[in-house]
Design a protein around this ligand. Structure first.
Ligand SMILES: Nc1ncnc2c1ncn2[C@@H]1O[C@H](COP(=O)(O)OP(=O)(O)OP(=O)(O)O)[C@@H](O)[C@H]1O
Ligand code: SF4
Ligand SMILES: [Mg+2]
Length: 396
């Protein structure tokens, strides 16, 4: 179920996108742009966009991910699950990562804690800097110290993430004993406080119970308690409200908001529920086929979305002002094959506004407003310039 909420229709954004379409020749060829694209396919404006991003970034972000690439070995070959993801997370903020199923949200999240399966992971490159330390090169001991103590994770599947043979109390206290070196008595007292904090009644009794004795909503609360019990700087929550009914969803979201207010924790929230995003996120990364295609503040994304995929996502969600019988508009088509990702824009095959250049070259992240960037040729200054007649052409 999806939380329904009120947001005005993104008509201003649609208008802006249409204007951009009118400015750009829909047939201009890739060769017109070739001169602006350097050997790495970055282009001068790619470097310029990077510079804008760097100055827009906080001086000391808590987490900084640069050009993260992850692939897996599979029967059919190499699955390129994450292809050059970059973002920052500031202290105390909520960053939502949104996208269709298979877009690489969970793989990105697991990479942040180096929790990818060893057997099938073929490549993990790029950089993940957390409080100045490079996660990708940490040794096993340092990693263990970070996991749970400094970064807590709420997994997509609570059932498989919790140990069915241990009591809830043992699992809650484990982290406190290991990371905080507390006595059993102290750890138990904190575990009880944490259960109260996440809204579990009769905490002393509940500590002695096993997972199967809890309902879906309660299990999710316990997962949150476990991830937050050591007071981490970051909570990564992968689809924390999926499979919960709408009332419980709202309670879990409120719980996140309270934890953030009280503990000052930064949250990476992974979801495909835009209702949840609108409610709690500060900033949003829209992911498609292993890439971030648009990134901005929650207001920029909801009121001034620029990427055709983001517009499609917004059009496919229910709105309060919508007639109940009016059908939602899903985005036609399906995402590209990650075994052989397209050379150009990954959304080109589904995009109503695709131009010739879109299938030939990947669009680079282009700043469109303060802290708002989009990877779409419609917004790229090179694209606009290619549509203008050159001085030579005019003189001739
Ligand atoms: N261990 C693995 N081996 C092979 N392919 C994998 C593995 N883990 C993920 N993938 C593939 O990587 C891609 C991204 O997966 P991911 O789980 O990150 O998607 P997601 O955005 O979290 O989707 P969902 O919304 O369904 O959870 C998918 O195509 C998936 O099949
Ligand atoms: S770059 Fe992609 S999203 Fe943008 S117009 Fe081209 S195909 Fe559409
Ligand atoms: Mg997932």
């Amino acid at each position: 179920m999806t939380i329904r909420f009120w947001r005005p229709a993104p008509s201003a954004a649609l208008h802006a996108a249409d204007q951009a379409v009118n400015r750009v020749s829909l047939t201009h060829s890739p060769s017109a742009l070739r001169n602006d694209i350097d050997e790495e396919g970055q282009g001068r404006f790619g470097a310029q966009a990077q510079a804008v991003r760097d100055t827009a970034a906080e001086p000391d972000p808590l987490l900084e991910v640069r050009n993260l690439r992850v692939s897996f070995s599979a029967f059919r070959g190499e699955v390129k699950a994450v292809q050059g993801v970059s973002f920052i997370l500031n202290r105390g903020e909520t960053l939502a990562i949104v996208g269709e199923s298979g877009s690489g949200k969970s793989v990105t999240a697991r990479s942040l804690m180096r929790l990818l399966p060893k057997r099938t992971t073929r490549q993990t490159t790029g950089s993940i800097r957390f409080k100045g330390r490079e996660i990708l090169t940490l040794d096993a001991k340092e990693l263990r110290r970070i996991r749970g103590a400094e970064i807590g994770m709420i997994f997509q599947d609570a059932l498989s993430a919790l140990n069915p043979t241990m009591t809830i109390g043992e699992q809650l206290m484990e982290g406190l004993l290991y990371h905080k070196h507390l006595s059993k008595r102290e750890a138990r007292a904190i575990a009880i406080k944490m259960l109260v904090r996440v809204g579990i009644p009769q905490p002393e009794l509940r500590l002695k119970q096993h997972l199967h004795e809890f309902s879906g909503g309660m299990r999710q609360r316990i997962m949150i308690a476990m991830a937050a019990v050591c007071g981490p700087d970051i909570l990564i929550a992968d689809e924390p409200t999926t499979a919960l009914d709408v009332t419980i969803q709202a309670q879990i979201i409120e719980l996140f908001q309270e934890l953030q207010r009280e503990l000052g924790v930064a949250i990476v929230l992974i979801t495909h529920d835009l209702g949840v995003v609108a409610k709690i996120a500060d900033r949003v990364n829209i992911m498609y086929a292993g890439q971030i295609v648009e990134s901005g503040t929650v207001d920029e994304i909801f009121y001034r979305p620029q990427h055709p995929y983001t517009l499609g996502l917004l059009a496919s969600m229910p709105r309060l002002d919508q007639n109940k019988d009016e059908p939602l508009e899903p985005i036609p088509g399906s995402p590209p094959d990650l075994f052989a990702p397209p050379a150009g824009c990954p959304f080109a095959a589904r995009c109503e506004r695709a131009m010739e250049v879109c299938s030939a070259y990947p669009p680079q992240m282009t700043p469109v407003a303060d802290g708002h960037q989009v990877a779409c040729w419609l917004q790229d200054p090179r694209s606009l310039r290619a549509a203008q007649p050159s001085v030579k052409t005019v003189i001739r």
